[in-house]
Design a protein around this ligand. Sequence first.
Ligand SMILES: CC(C)(COP(=O)(O)OP(=O)(O)OC[C@H]1O[C@@H](n2cnc3c(N)ncnc32)[C@H](O)[C@@H]1OP(=O)(O)O)[C@@H](O)C(=O)NCCC(=O)NCCS
Length: 328
Amino acid sequence: MKQNFTIRPFEYTDLDYAVGVKLVNQSWPNDPSTVEIWKHCYNNRNKDYMNRRFLGEIKQENATQIVAIGFCSESISSKKTGKYYIDFYIEQAFEKQGLDEPLYTYLVTALSDKKLRELQTGTREDNVHRIEFLQAQGFQQVMRSPSSELNVLGFDFAPFARYTEKVVASGIEIVTAQELQVRDANWMQKLYDLDMAIEQDMPSTNEFTPIGIDEFARNFKSHNIRTDAWFVAVDGEDYVGISSLWPNLVREDLFIVGTTGVLPSHRRRGIATALKLKTIAFVQAFGAGIIVTSNEENNPMYDLNLKLGFKPTPAWLTFEKSCKESTT
Ligand SMILES: CC(C)(COP(=O)(O)OP(=O)(O)OC[C@H]1O[C@@H](n2cnc3c(N)ncnc32)[C@H](O)[C@@H]1OP(=O)(O)O)[C@@H](O)C(=O)NCCC(=O)NCCS
């Protein structure tokens, strides 16, 4: 099979999009995407960051079948750190036919114009075949982030009421970003400052590099933004905590958690819990059923989610490998 396998750039045709989405959806049944969403994200992307895609094809007699998709991308810190991200998905029926090796080699070669010092990739912990492949290439696991999900129907708020009562009694208001957009002329700058302060405290394998406010503002042009599902804790004029949800546009019963965090000055006062309760009430009222999230396994946020009743599902594992510089 390997000898009939060739790799070519993704051509952004309807066919390439349709097959790419199908291949990735196979691995992400809990967060499915569509061609329209991929096109929107591609058109709305920040063109300062490299983002390359490739398709793997099997040629058999008169037909060619697309059976794999690979990605190479960089983040805001890649140019400084030399760390680049690769990822690939192979049609289930072809998964164990040795296509991972040529695809992986192709992706690494596609980065040869970069000062590559480190490769990062990831997989779910139930993908034993991929884990073994990555280990054989010299990758090491650097982070484990269990996913978890909560079915909000029938959620019992009573055991957590004291958190909300404490937050309200301390004079902190919980307001949606939609309301802030109306009542606070400086809402974007304040949300951006809050987000950056929280992001730098999140467990990560990447060095924190703040994005610009223009990049942050892209969130509000996203196809699936719902500012009425972003809950912000406000202390006087100051924004001190946030928990945001993103709807999945394919599965109406599904919301994905974006950022949850509280400024260090306001932690252990029940604010994160009160914010999460707001998100749960929102999803209940909206009629959708499931909230999905993912947290680094030692983050107190993970324990907090479990306490709220989130049920663990297979974790996402982050792998890294150091590389010799391939300079230009
Ligand atoms: C995790 C985080 C959101 C918690 O916010 P918070 O407002 O302090 O959380 P709460 O006050 O609602 O805590 C509720 C419960 O969670 C647990 N908890 C929260 N923070 C904890 C910590 N640092 N260590 C141990 N347990 C903790 C406790 O059981 C706490 O209840 P208690 O105070 O009655 O003991 C906050 O520490 C944070 O912003 N961290 C950085 C950003 C981040 O990692 N976000 C999650 C990204 S996935």
